[in-house]
Design a protein around this ligand. Structure first.
Ligand SMILES: NC(=O)c1ccc[n+]([C@@H]2O[C@H](COP(=O)([O-])OP(=O)(O)OC[C@H]3O[C@@H](n4cnc5c(N)ncnc54)[C@H](OP(=O)(O)O)[C@@H]3O)[C@@H](O)[C@H]2O)c1
Length: 257
C-alpha cells in the first residue's frame, strides 16, 4: 500500500483519526478533511508526516454541503498524483441533528434530511469524485462507515440508524456499477466505539456499561478496532470483497442477555 493515497472525511478525532494513523503507518499518503477543528487537523498532519514519512494534507469540508467535495478533490489533485482509497467517515452532531436524533415520536423532516445529506449524499458525491481518480490508476477501494444501530435498537438512534441502512444499500449499488473499473465498495459497520460522538449520547454511561456487559471481550470498542478493519478492506487481502458490510462489534449483537 506504500505510496498510495487515502482520502478520508472527518479525521480530526475518533475513528477517522485512527484510520489516518493506521494507513500512514503502512506508508500510505493521506488527504483528510476537517470541519470545525483546523488546529487538530494541522497537528495530525504534522505528526504523521514526522512519524511515518508520508505526505499528509487537510482540507475544509462540510458534509451538509456535499457538493463541496468537487472543489476538495480538485485541491487534492494539486497535492497528490493519485487516489486509491476513499473512506466516507465524517458525521454531524449537535444542532443539525435536532429532530433526527431522538425518540420516534419526536422525529422531524429537517433533522432526518440533514442526516441523510451527511450520510448518503456525502458518500455518493465523495465516492463519485474518488472513483473518477481511481479509474485512472486501474482501481481502488471505497468504504462507507456504518453502524450496528441500523440492525439493533439504540435509543434515539432512529435517524442515524435508518440512514446507515440506506448508505449500506447505496454501497451495494455502487459496488455493482464500479466493479468493472476494478473499484471495490464496502461498508464497515461498528458497534459502540468510545469517541466524542458516542459521548454526545445523553445515555453514554448506560450504552458503555451495556456494551461492556454484552461483549464477550468485556470492553467497549476503540477507534483502532475499526481502523484495522478498514485497512484490511482496502488492502489486496480483501481483493474479492465488494458490496459487503464488515461488522466489528465485539460480539455484542448475538448476546441477548
Ligand atoms: N462512535 C461510535 O460509536 C460509532 C459506531 C459506529 C459507526 N460510527 C461512525 O463512524 C464515523 C466517525 O464517528 P466518530 O465516532 O469517530 O465521530 P467523532 O469522533 O465525533 O468525529 C467526527 C468527525 O466528523 C467531523 N465533522 C463533524 N461535523 C461535520 C460536518 N458538518 N462536515 C464535515 N465533517 C464534520 C469532525 O470534524 P471537526 O472536529 O473538524 O468538526 C470529526 O472529524 C461516523 O460515520 C459514525 O457514524 C461511530
Amino acid at each position: 500500500m506504500k505510496n498510495k493515497t487515502l482520502v478520508i472525511s472527518g479525521a480530526t478525532k475518533g475513528i477517522g483519526k485512527a484510520i489516518v494513523y493506521e494507513f500512514a503507518a503502512q506508508g500510505v499518503n493521506v488527504a483528510f478533511t476537517y470541519n470545525s477543528n483546523e488546529a487538530a487537523a494541522k497537528e495530525i498532519a504534522d505528526d504523521v508526516e514526522k512519524k511515518f514519512g508520508v505526505k499528509a494534507r487537510y482540507y475544509p469540508l462540510n458534509v451538509l454541503e456535499p457538493e463541496e467535495y468537487k472543489a476538495v478533490f480538485e485541491k487534492i489533485d494539486e497535492d497528490f498524483d493519485r487516489v486509491d482509497y476513499f473512506i466516507s467517515n465524517a458525521m454531524i452532531y449537535g444542532r443539525p441533528v435536532v429532530g433526527g436524533f431522538g425518540k420516534f415520536m419526536r422525529l422531524k423532516p429537517r433533522g432526518l434530511n440533514n442526516i441523510y445529506t451527511a450520510t448518503v449524499n456525502a458518500f455518493v458525491l465523495g465516492a463519485q469524485e474518488a472513483a473518477k481518480r481511481m479509474e485512472k490508476v486501474g482501481g481502488g477501494s471505497i468504504i462507507s462507515m456504518s453502524s450496528t444501530g441500523n440492525v439493533t435498537y439504540i435509543p434515539n438512534y432512529a435517524g442515524h440508524g435508518t440512514n446507515k441502512a440506506a448508505v449500506e444499500a447505496m454501497v451495494r449499488y455502487a459496488a455493482m456499477e464500479l466493479g468493472e473499473k476494478n473499484i471495490r465498495v464496502n461498508a464497515v459497520s461498528g458497534g459502540p466505539i468510545d469517541t466524542d460522538a458516542l459521548k454526545a449520547f445523553v445515555n453514554y454511561d448506560e450504552v458503555k456499561e451495556k456494551t461492556i456487559e454484552l461483549s464477550p471481550l468485556h470492553r467497549i470498542g476503540q477507534p483502532e478496532d475499526i481502523a484495522g478493519a478498514c485497512l484490511f478492506v482496502c488492502s489486496d487481502k480483501a481483493s474479492w470483497m465488494t458490496g459487503q458490510t464488515l461488522t466489528i462489534e465485539g460480539g455484542t449483537t448475538f448476546n441477548t442477555k
